[in-house]
Design a protein around this ligand. Structure first.
Ligand code: PEP
Ligand code: MG
Length: 886
């Protein structure tokens, strides 16, 4: 097995094997860009190590051979006492996991080669000893689990002795002393001396990178980002170049476009006389990349040239890490850069304009989750709110919440249902849980590429970073800004687009994208790159998609909004929602009716109300189909809770009051009580048990359609029977409904279809029979998931899903995204067998999955005709249906 690839052997398409970083280093090498020589140990080697606990056979020899070649190329040997080669050992998985895994720099330094390094650096002893102490620190912490604070304390100690707070004030002697102190810390914790054999250093570092794949924070991050747990990481061994050799050296990051807005220009941060990790950690304040032009014009021009080449080559926004070693530019990393949702749309539009991609490709470059983010509300600032600080808009959105200062407190308060803003000087991977729990993240240090910024963008969480007017005291749980002191629990509002921080609760307003969907902004005339890009891509998605998109709506207002958002009909009108509020009493009367006359009276009172409901909706959806589902919920939902009622009646009896009516109610509630209401008297069962109920609804629907037609409104009602498991149930309802429709609509042009939900597994498995009696199917994937898995949809999420997610039994709740293998198989069978029995059978889905991006792709693949989802998900479903088609 080939476990090691030289950079010249790989390319950007080998991310599975070489990880993202390794594949892109190879690509840049082959493009002729100045990449320090090196090699990549594959993810296969990592997986083998993680499976067996030992390096796979042959790996050690392959590393030796590539190391020899690297030494040859550099003309230096690892650990050499005169002219040593140093390498970095860097993780790099297929998907970027910023800061989650390990890196060790300066491997190859020991008591002898530190002298050679000093000679290489023209006698710069200070640099050599600083490099050595960094190695012991990083190696100790990441490879041998020595507590990092011990090294920090030792460093602080030396600085204090010097009366300084800046590392740069320490001289070579100070740092040599620090190396001794570090070695003592190392041996105290590990029970051994710091390894002097460079090959041993390398092997242990590689092993530590392998193991960091399963570090807790990496596991949490993968779960969040839905990155599969079994990919493993590659390891890149790269010849060291140094950005900390003096003022003519430095390190930085660059983006080929603004990753927040998508604007073209020069975006990045530069830090002179520093090593790469200093920038990413946000420890020292960087300068804008433009300043490099003044500092080192020739490196700057060269960098801009490479940036343009990379962007053309990748046909996308790239981000870049680079180092300048004494005026020589080195490219250390590139990748197609992460970006905000807004930037994704804007850049996709720009690249189409530039002729680099076509509109189909532009559709692939954006997704429904991003569109959903852009539909978030934003701050309304005309209430006299003044920002107290301005940081960097690191990840957009408008977040309001109570200030907390630690990850643990964020988790705790969020668990109590509070909205919190996590405030930190800077974040590190240990803050991950708090970042997940918080509404937003606010830091006083670090740029657009700091840990907080990168991770928040990845999570789609609002973040303002580098708000350096904030003076944060974490132990005291407070910060001061603009002369005011803010303590834990005070409310702040942060705007991740502008970077502004406000005290108190700023009101929020709808986003521009929502206003566009609402028809308030004209994309043809507006000067807003985002709205124009969204319009263009949505238009293309609509032109491409095969799936129609309907909405779930039970009021005229919802129907109207969904229609503005692009819905092409109603896929589910839940009529039980029309029986709540002051109509509940009418339903109670119906249930408690002692004889047919009482029942008839109750139904007669409901009929006109229902008719008016349907007319309102038909009017809003003029010309489009409306699927009306006959009443579904368990009847007891309309009655008072049994225990409370029993107590009330007993108390009233005790007082000697007349309780005849209450007793009757109690008896009815007792009679109807079910241990498992979700599997009880609901849906079609109810229609078969309570005479006249479905008939009343069918009559109301048909009368509404006839009346609408008379008024010139074109309605296309589709009556849907819920919870059918056997064709006989449907046939019974259908026979009665057809009579009423003929009676009411006979002679008019109104046509009413009758179909069924497929939401009971038995219905899916007997779909061929059921299709004989149904003009359409609509998959109720909520109940299909509930009954297919045997998971109570109302209970499981809190009860045990966390454990299932933790164990990876599924990566996402099957109520959120369709379980394609199991529940999806039921959908597939029903679709195939239903259509075989009745060619042209109309198929849709109306469970929550209809608005979930991955599920939309599945329903497209299965060949459904439409998905139906809540009004706000309609644009998301349109976009994803388009993406599924190209
Ligand atoms: C379903 O079960 O998927 C469905 C749409 O019906 P409800 O959610 O109302 O049970
Ligand atoms: Mg259902």
């Amino acid at each position: 097995n080939k476990y090691v690839y030289d950079f010249a052997e790989g390319n950007k398409d080998l991310k599975d094997l070489l990880g993202g970083k390794g594949a892109n280093l190879a690509e840049m090498t082959n493009l002729g860009l100045p990449v320090p020589p090196g090699f990549t140990i594959t993810t296969e080697a990592c997986k083998a190590y993680l499976d067996t606990g030992a390096e796979p056979a042959g790996l050690a020899d392959q590393i030796a051979a590539h190391l020899a070649a690297l030494e040859e190329a550099m003309g230096r040997r690892l650990g050499d006492s005169d002219d040593p080669l140093l390498v970095s050992v860097r993780s790099g998985a297929k998907f970027s996991m910023p800061g989650m895994m390990e890196t060790v720099l300066n491997v190859g330094l020991n008591d002898r080669s530190v002298v050679g390094l000093s000679a290489q650096a023209h006698g710069n002893d200070r640099f050599a000893w600083d490099s050595y102490r960094r190695l012991i620190q990083m190696f100790g912490k990441t490879v041998c689990e020595v507590p990092g604070e011990e090294f920090e304390h030792a460093l602080d100690e030396v600085k204090r002795a010097k009366g300084s707070t800046d590392d740069l004030d320490l001289n070579a002697d100070d740092l040599r002393g620090l190396v001794d102190a570090y070695k003592k810390i190392f041996s105290k914790h590990t029970g051994r001396e710091f390894p002097q054999d460079p090959r041993e250093q390398l092997d242990l570092a590689v092993r530590a990178v392998f193991e960091s794949w399963n570090a807790e924070r990496a596991v949490i991050y993968r779960r969040q980002e839905r990155i599969p747990a079994d990919l493993g990481t590659a390891v890149n061994v790269v010849a060291m170049v140094f950005g900390n050799l003096g003022p003519d050296s430095g390190t930085g990051v660059a983006f080929t476009r603004d990753p927040a807005s998508g604007d073209q220009g020069i975006y990045g941060d530069y830090l002179a006389n520093a090593q790469g990790e200093d920038v990413v950690a946000g420890i020292r304040n960087t300068v804008p990349l433009q300043e490099l032009e003044r500092i080192d014009k020739s490196s700057y021009d060269e960098l801009l040239d490479y940036m343009a080449r990379l962007e053309r080559h990748y046909r996308d926004l790239c981000d870049i890490e680079f180092t300048i070693e004494r005026g020589k530019l080195w490219m250390l990393q590139t990748r197609v850069g992460k970006r905000t949702a807004a930037a994704a749309f804007v850049i996709a539009g720009q690249l189409v304009d530039e002729g680099l991609i076509d509109l189909d490709e532009a559709l692939h470059r954006v997704n429904g989750a991003q569109l959903a983010q852009l539909m978030f509300p934003r701050f309304q600032l005309d209430h006299g709110f003044e920002a107290v600080a301005t940081g960097i808009g690191a990840s957009p959105g408008a977040a309001v919440g109570k200030v907390v200062f630690t990850s643990a407190r964020a988790v705790e308060l969020a668990g109590q249902g509070e909205d919190v803003i996590l405030v930190r000087r800077e974040t590190n991977p240990d803050d991950l849980n708090g970042m997940i729990a918080a509404r937003g993240i606010l830091t006083s240090r670090g740029g657009k590429t700091s840990h907080a910024a990168v991770v928040a963008r990845g999570m789609g969480k609002t973040c303002v970073s580098g708000a350096d007017e904030l003076d944060i005291a974490v132990p005291q749980r407070r910060f001061t800004v603009a002369g005011q002191t803010i303590v834990e629990g005070d409310v702040v509002s942060i705007d991740g687009t502008t970077g502004k921080v406000y005290l108190g609760q700023v009101p929020v307003m709808p986003s521009e994208v929502v206003r566009y969907f609402e028809g308030e902004l004209d994309p043809e005339t507006i000067d807003d790159a985002l709205v124009r890009a969204v319009h263009r891509i949505m238009t293309h998605a609509d032109g491409r998609r095969r799936l129609a998109v309907r909405t779930n709506a039970d009021t005229g207002a919802d129907a109207a909004r969904a229609r503005r958002f692009g819905a092409q009909g109603i896929g589910l009108c839940r009529t039980e929602h029309m029986f709540l509020g002051d109509r509940r009493e009418l339903v109670e009367r119906l249930i408690l009716a002692r004889d047919p006359a009482e029942r008839e009276n109750a139904l007669a009172a409901l009929l006109p109300l229902q008719r008016a409901d349907f007319m309102e909706i038909f009017r809003e959806m003029d010309g489009q189909p409306v699927t009306v589902r006959l009443i579904d919920p368990p009847l007891h939902e309309f009655l008072p809770p049994l225990e409370q009622l029993a107590v009330d009646v007993a108390v009233a009896q005790e007082r000697g009051e007349d309780v005849a009516k209450e007793e009757a109610l109690l008896a009815a509630v007792r009679r109807m009580h079910e241990e498992n209401p979700m599997l009880g008297l609901r849906g079609v069962r109810l229609g078969l048990v309570i005479p006249g109920l479905f008939a009343m609804q069918v009559r109301a629907i048909t009368e509404a359609a006839v009346e609408c037609a008379r008024q010139g409104v074109r309605s296309y009602p589709e009556i849907m029977v819920p919870l059918v498991g056997a064709v006989q149930e449907l046939e019974t309802v259908r026979a009665e409904a057809e009579k009423i429709i003929a009676e009411v609509a006979g002679g008019s042009e109104v046509e009413v279809l009758i179909g069924t939900m497929i939401e009971v597994p038995r219905a899916a498995l007997t779909a061929g029979q059921i299709a004989e009696a149904a003009e359409f199917f609509s998959f109720g994937t909520n109940d299909l998931t509930q009954m297919g898995w045997g998971f109570s949809r109302d209970d499981v999420e809190g009860a045990f899903f966390w454990r299932y997610l933790e164990l990876g039994i599924f990566g996402i709740s099957p109520f959120e995204s369709i379980d394609a293998d199991g529940i999806g198989r039921l959908v597939r069978i029903a679709a195939e067998e239903g259509r075989a029995a009745r060619p042209g059978l109309k198929l849709g889905v109306c469970g929550e999955h209809g608005g979930d991006p991955d599920s939309v792709h599945f329903f497209h693949a299965v060949g459904l005709d439409y998905v139906s989802c809540s009004p706000f998900r309609v644009p998301v479903a349109r976009l994803e249906a388009g993406r599924a088609s190209v």
